[in-house]
Every structure is written in C-alpha cells, then in structure tokens.
Design a protein around this ligand. Structure first.
Ligand code: SF4
Length: 360
C-alpha cells in the first residue's frame, strides 16, 4: 500500500532528525572530514567517484600535498595529474578536474564558485558532485544522491522502481530535502553517506543497530531485500589478452593509447591484443606486432599472467617475451621500468610487470 503524502513527510522528518543525532555520535573519521575548504571537498568527491573509501584514504592527502590549491592543480600538466592518481581508474574524471581547475583560474581568478549551477557548468561536475560540494562546503540545502543515498531512501520509503537515472535521482533528492533538518545540510548529507556505507549496506544491512529502523518501511514490511531494485546486469565476457614484452637496454617498448580512446586515453601500455574468439592469442599478438612495428617478429616464452576486470569483461592476461628485428620503432616509445610511476601507465601493464618482478 502506498503511503499518503503526509505520512511520508512525517516518516522523513522523524528519520531525518534521528539520523542527524546518530551522525554526531558515530561519524566516520575520514581525512576530508572537518574541512569546509571547497577545493579539498571537490578533490575528495572526484577521487571517491566509482572508487572505494579504502582506495582513496592514502591517495587523498598525497594529492593535496602535491597540489594543495586550485592554482597548483591548474598549473600542472595532465600527465602530472594522471601520474599522481594512477591506479585509481576512471581517468576521465581527473582530466575533467584539471580542465575545471584551469577554467576556474583563467576565467574566475581562482575563486571557487559557491553556486550549484556554476559548479555544474564545469567539466566533470554533475548533480551529485555539485550538491555534495555546496552542501558540505557552504552548508547550502542541496541533495547529493549517490548509491548510498538511493539505498537508504528506497528502503526507508519502500520505493519500487530503478533509481539510476538522473530524473529518478532528482526525485529522490526532493525526499532528501524533506528529510533534511533546517540549517544542517553539510552534516545531514554526510550522515546519509555514512548510514549507507556502514549500516544500511547493500548485503545484510544492520537493521538491528540502525538509528532509523522504527521509521523504515522496508524493515516494517520485512521487505528489505527488495530494495533498491536493480537493473539486469550484463553477462560477464571472458577475454584473453596477449601482451608483448619487448626489451632493449633495460627499457620496454610501449605504445601510447590514442586521445580518442574511451578507456585510459594517453596512457602508456605494453602492446596488447584482446582475443574474444577461438583464435590463438600468441598468433594474434604476432600479427599485431608485425603490422604495428612493420618488422620481423618472434614470440617467445610466457613470462607472467594476471587477471583484471573492466566493466563486464573478465581479462585473462598473458605476458610474452617478444623480439623485433629492428629497434627503431616509430609507433612506440622505450620506457625504463624504473620510471613507470612518473608516466600514466595502464593497469594491465602495471599488474603484469609487478607479477614479472615478483617472479624473477
Ligand atoms: S532499518 Fe535496515 S533497511 Fe531500513 S534504513 Fe536501517 S539499515 Fe536500512
């Protein structure tokens, strides 16, 4: 049975007040907490996109040490920014952050905006990030609906339907604003994040210790497992990836991914080929190297193996020792492995080289 609007508003108001008190006593101790510097908050939100808190904990203070303010970030090259953040994945967000820093410094004299619409006009900033920045930094009453908030709200109100579209999240944002006690946007949005991350977790939520359990409709109806509804996932596809290690004077031949590539544009990688059919990876790698480097090629031993997952692709990567007849390679660049941390390098390449080093 659908709740009446007044009943729903009552549930939201009661849960909102309780949640805020719970947050004051239970908030997570995170390095980006306690600051209302919009630059530091913006950086934390970008680093946390599609990335776990655990993965960001060490990288965030290091990033701020290297680029402590908008001016230093705007003055850095894209390569310097990507090298600092390599390993975190989804690199388009970091390129956009640097472009936004340039726009703020060149167009706005380095003053970070306070207005949610001005943030959304910058590269890489959507509803969620803009709402999070202005609510946390300036305590403005804006919602910031991420996966945690979707989970908490759909369970609290027993809301059916898939809430992944922008329109569905905006609708949930209205519920968040109904729930938010006046003048408490900064603490309240962070309270919702914390509840979703530590109590109302995806699997086996800790309802017995949840501060808003007496308001929660999904719990009352014993239907917590039904929310949030999920779209049907794409089936995983297994891919064999053959990767070439071509060495000369202690350096490896690498290529640079094209700027128009959707995945990791501009990153260096060892030459690789994905094989999704019955073809022999070794033969496909031979063909790739012969075409790309225009020379005689010999494929030798298997040196290392690694696994990696990219969206719905499960990659089984094998590194082969390879030789080329000529060392001048117009399509490639010789990179000393000691310098790999200074150049943005693909995760598959890094994993295989780490595995190789550990096996030597
Ligand atoms: S009672 Fe359970 S399902 Fe409801 S909000 Fe709390 S943890 Fe989530």
């Amino acid at each position: 049975m659908k709740e009446s609007p007044s009943k729903k508003a009552e549930i939201l108001a009661v849960a909102g007040g309780t949640l805020l008190s719970w947050y004051d006593a239970n908030k997570r101790d995170l390095p980006w907490r306690g600051s209302n510097d919009p630059y530091a908050i913006w950086v934390s939100e970008i680093l946390l996109q599609q990335t776990t808190v655990a993965a960001v904990l060490d990288r965030y203070p290091k990033f701020l040490e290297r680029f402590p303010n908008i001016e230093t970030l705007a003055a850095a090259s894209e390569e310097e920014v990507l090298a600092e953040l390599q390993g975190l994945g989804y690199y388009r967000r970091f390129r956009a952050m640097r472009r936004a820093a340039l726009e703020i410094v060149e167009g706005g004299g380095g003053k970070l905006p306070e207005d949610v619409a001005a943030w959304k006009a910058l590269p890489g900033i959507g509803d969620y990030t803009a709402g999070a920045i202005v609510s946390i930094a300036f305590n403005q009453a804006h919602a910031a609906v991420d996966g945690n908030v979707v989970r908490v709200l759909t369970r609290l109100l027993a809301l059916p339907g898939i809430h992944e579209s922008l329109a569905a999240k905006r609708k949930l944002g209205e519920e968040v604003l109904t729930m938010m006690p006046a003048g408490c946007a900064s603490r309240f949005n962070q309270a919702l994040f914390d509840l979703g991350a530590t109590v109302c977790v995806p699997k086996d939520p800790r309802c017995e210790t949840c501060p808003i359990r007496s308001s929660c409709l999904a719990r009352t109806k014993n239907e917590v497992h039904l929310y949030p509804e999920r779209p049907i996932k794409k089936a995983m596809v297994d891919v064999k990836v053959a990767v070439a290690l071509i060495e000369e004077n202690g350096s490896f031949l690498m290529t640079r991914r094209a700027a128009k590539e959707s995945r990791m544009p501009g990153f260096r990688e060892l030459p690789e080929i994905w094989v999704m059919d019955e073809n022999e990876p070794r033969d496909q790698l031979h063909r790739l190297l012969a075409e790309r480097f225009n020379g005689r090629v010999a494929i030798g031993d298997e040196l290392a193996e690694a696994r990696h997952t990219i969206t719905h692709h499960r990659l089984f990567c094998t590194l082969y020792s390879c030789q080329l007849a000529v060392s001048s390679q117009p399509g490639g660049e010789w990179v000393n492995p000691a310098n790999l941390d200074e150049v943005p390098t693909s995760t598959i390449t890094k994993k295989l080289l780490r595995r190789l080093a550990s096996e030597l």
